[in-house]
Structures are given as C-alpha cells and as structure tokens.
Design a protein around this ligand. Structure first.
Ligand code: NDP
Length: 396
C-alpha cells in the first residue's frame, strides 16, 4: 500500500483545471482563524503576503444573512481568512447576537429581516451570503437580487424547483450572479479525485454509490427546523442526501440521468418524522448504462462516503465531503492501493468565497450556479415522486 498526501502541485493542478483557476496551494496549510476584534481581523496576514495580492479596498464586500451554527462556525471564519472578501454587514433576527458579532469582527452595519431591503441603498455591500433555513432561501435571495446584490445561497437551493426557477429569473432580471454554496466543488480533495476519474485512472465509470446519514436531534435548534416541511423543504434527502447526489454527479463529470426510482426508509412510528422523510434509498440510470445510487438518513449514525467503480479500478471516498479530513482509496487490479489523504484544515470554504468574489467581480457565472441547484432540487422532487409511488420508475 502506498500513501499520498495531496501535494501542493496536485492541488494546484486540481484547481487550475477548474473553471476559475483559483490558486489552492497557498491556502492548503492555512490555520483556522482565531477571531480577533477589530476590522484588521479580516484577512489580515493569515496567508503569505504574496498569495492573494488584492488590497483590502478592492475586496468584495459581503452581507451575511442568518447568524447560525454554520455561518458562525465555518463561513464567518472563512470570510475572515479571505483576502478577496470582507464582511461589511450582518443580517439577523437576533439584535443582541448581531451586535456582539459586529463588535467582535469590526462590522459596521447590522440589518434585521425587516430592514433587509434597505441594503439596496447601501453601497458597502456587493454580495450577500444566505445561511438561513431552506424555507427562507428563495425569499431572501430574491430580495437581495432585487436590491442589486450578487447572491451566494446555501444548499439546498430552495424548497421547490418552482422557487429555484424564480430565483434564477430574479438573478437574470437584476443582471447579478446567483451561486449555490456547493463547497465540495471548491474542495481540493474532491477536485483532485474528480480529475483522477476524468483522466481515466479507474477506466470508464460504471457505478457510483453515495451514503449520507446522521441522527437528527429535535432538541438541537439547527436540527429542529430541518424536521419541519416549511423550513426544511424536505427531509434527509434535502439536507444531507443532496451531498451524495451532487457528489455522484460531480464524479460522473456532471452526466445527466435519464430515469430514477426510490423508496422511503423512514422508521415507522418515529415521532421525528411527521412532516419530512427520515430516509430515502434512490437509484439512477444514465444513457450509457452507468448507474448511481444513494442512501440518505436522519435515523442512523453518521456516515459520509462515496464509492466510484470503474472498468479499471475504484475510488472509495470515506469520508467523502466532510469539512476537514477527507480520504480516498484508489484500488486497481494487480497494484498496491493508493491512499489519497488530506491533512490539516481544508481550504474549501475560503476558496468557495473567493470563487464567488471572482465571479461577481467579472459578473460571470459561478462554478456552482443557480442552474445546478435547480437541477438537484428537480431530481430530488423526482426521487420523492418515485418514493410516493412505491419505487415506480420516473423519467427525468
Ligand atoms: P442554524 O439553525 O444554526 O442557523 C440558521 C439561522 O437562520 C438561525 O441561527 C437564525 O439566525 C436564522 N433564522 C431566521 N429565521 C429562522 C427561523 N424561522 N428558524 C430558525 N432560524 C432562523 O442552521 P445551520 O447553520 O445549520 O444552516 C443554515 C444554512 O446553512 C442551511 O441552509 C443549511 O442547509 C446550510 N448548511 C450548509 C452546510 C454546508 O456544508 N454547505 C453545512 C450546514 C448547513 P439569526 O438568529 O441570526 O436570525
């Protein structure tokens, strides 16, 4: 067995082949930012000075909407690391929290959900990052676009494909960019694995299998809204299964399925699942007989993995798309296995922000645009249709 950590060159080559060609190598060993007070805390000296030469004045200015678990725990630290972005506003329903965070990070503007539309008159905001419950994505994305701002909206894009289409139409009408925060497409590890597949390292891809599960805890506020139809949009498939679905399509070089079928696996009588499904098992067929299948569950222990099986070998990603240390094993006949490991904190959050800054600055589509979000919600709706019909095949 041989072991490899992704080298600077691998990572650079993984990102160079991507649409926006952002440099990854300089960010690989970036330390997790320790939040300090004052405006200087934003992107100050966390990378080598030559890595990203943009002066502070030319950074894209961001409003962060919804100061919850993921925004505060992961995205705000990533904004602070970025030398392309700076946070100029917080939008929250909790004035105490937004005031505290604004003071801590030197952010001068604080809006509420009621005053949000006033950002239209705020020249210190170029882009809006939406980290609200799914049921609010469409409303706040459309309001931000109408205010003339570019929007990076968290996954899943919205509760229905109709809402997704309305969001895309709003972006077109405003002449602004709409991106969906599929961070995995900016993750050097996932990009490197996708490039290995594209380069034919496991031959022709035949089968993909994705598994995404965790135990939903109704007592934990970020899980509580996920268990409601109105704020969650759907259940495990919407929130976590979407990583497996989107990941399969990424590893299949964005191939388009032709038909699918699915069954629900929600445990009978579980009081958590009165509004949304607790689990789904789905499978898809593609035009060239490639297949993908996935399992998502809110009712079993955490698992996050993706297996890609080809005519010349396989790549087993486990974990496949977590925040930190993802790993893969490439297995080929008559060869020692190759382990692709990642070390330290992953730069995917910063790269996603910087990718969107570049797209917004040039006003060109983001690598993961609204259309990708719409595609995934449309497929999930088809998965639900099949599951409701006890696994009937649905053309897509
Ligand atoms: P949280 O519940 O922790 O945060 C959501 C925030 O939205 C709240 O803290 C609150 O902020 C605001 N909010 C406004 N209205 C409501 C409401 N009616 N109920 C609850 N919250 C409300 O959730 P997460 O941070 O886990 O998820 C937020 C978004 O991020 C979701 O879209 C989720 O899918 C996405 N996400 C993405 C991940 C990724 O890897 N890309 C990982 C995890 C989540 P305030 O108090 O400031 O008003």
């Amino acid at each position: 067995m041989s072991l490899t950590n992704l080298s600077r060159r691998d990572l650079l080559s993984a990102t160079r082949t991507s649409a926006l060609g952002l440099a990854a190598a300089g960010t690989l060993a970036a330390p997790m930012v320790k939040a300090e007070s004052g405006p200087q805390a934003q992107g100050a000296g966390l990378f080598g000075v030559d890595d990203l030469p943009d002066p502070a004045a030319s950074r894209m200015r961001w409003a962060v909407v919804g100061l919850g678990n993921f925004a505060v725990g992961h995205m705000i630290p990533a904004f602070l690391q970025s030398r392309q972005a700076r946070i100029t506003a917080f939008v929250s329903g909790n004035p105490g929290k937004s005031r505290d965070l604004a003071a801590r990070f030197g952010v001068s503007r604080v809006y509420t959900y009621e005053t949000f539309d006033q950002i239209a008159h705020d020249p210190q905001i170029d882009c809006v990052y939406i980290a609200l419950p799914v049921g609010l994505h469409a409303e706040f994305t459309i309001r931000a676009l109408k205010a003339g701002k570019h929007v990076l909206c968290e996954k899943p894009m919205a509760s229905t494909s109709a809402e997704c289409s309305a969001m895309i139409a709003a972006a077109k009408a405003a002449g602004r960019q709409l991106g969906i925060a599929y961070r995995v497409h900016f993750d050097p590890f996932n990009m490197a694995v996708a490039n290995m597949i594209k380069a034919g390292e496991i031959g022709k891809v035949r089968h993909l299998i994705a598994e995404n599960c965790f135990e939903a805890d109704p007592a934990f506020p970020p899980h509580a809204w996920r268990l409601t139809k109105q704020l969650g949009g759907g259940g495990s498939m919407f929130d976590y299964g979407i990583y497996g679905l989107n990941g399969c399509l990424m590893m299949a070089q964005e191939a388009v399925p032709v038909e699918l079928s699915a069954i629900y696996t929600t445990p009978a009588g579980d009081p958590r699942f009165t509004q949304v499904e607790g689990g789904v098992l789905w499978r898809m067929r593609f035009a060239d007989d490639m297949t993908a299948q996935g399992m998502s569950s809110y009712a079993s222990a955490h698992i996050n993995r993706l297996l890609v099986s080809g005519t010349g070998g396989s790549l087993a990603m486990d974990p496949a798309n977590t925040y930190d240390r993802n790993m893969a094993r490439r297995r080929r006949p008559n060869e020692a296995d190759l382990i692709i490991d990642t070390v330290g904190s992953m730069p995917q959050f910063v790269q996603q922000i910087e990718g969107f800054c570049a797209a917004a600055r040039a006003n060109v589509p983001h690598r993961t645009p609204g259309e990708m979000g719409l595609r995934d919600i449309t497929l999930i709706e088809a998965i639900y249709r099949s599951a409701q019909a006890n696994g009937a095949t649905v053309k897509v």
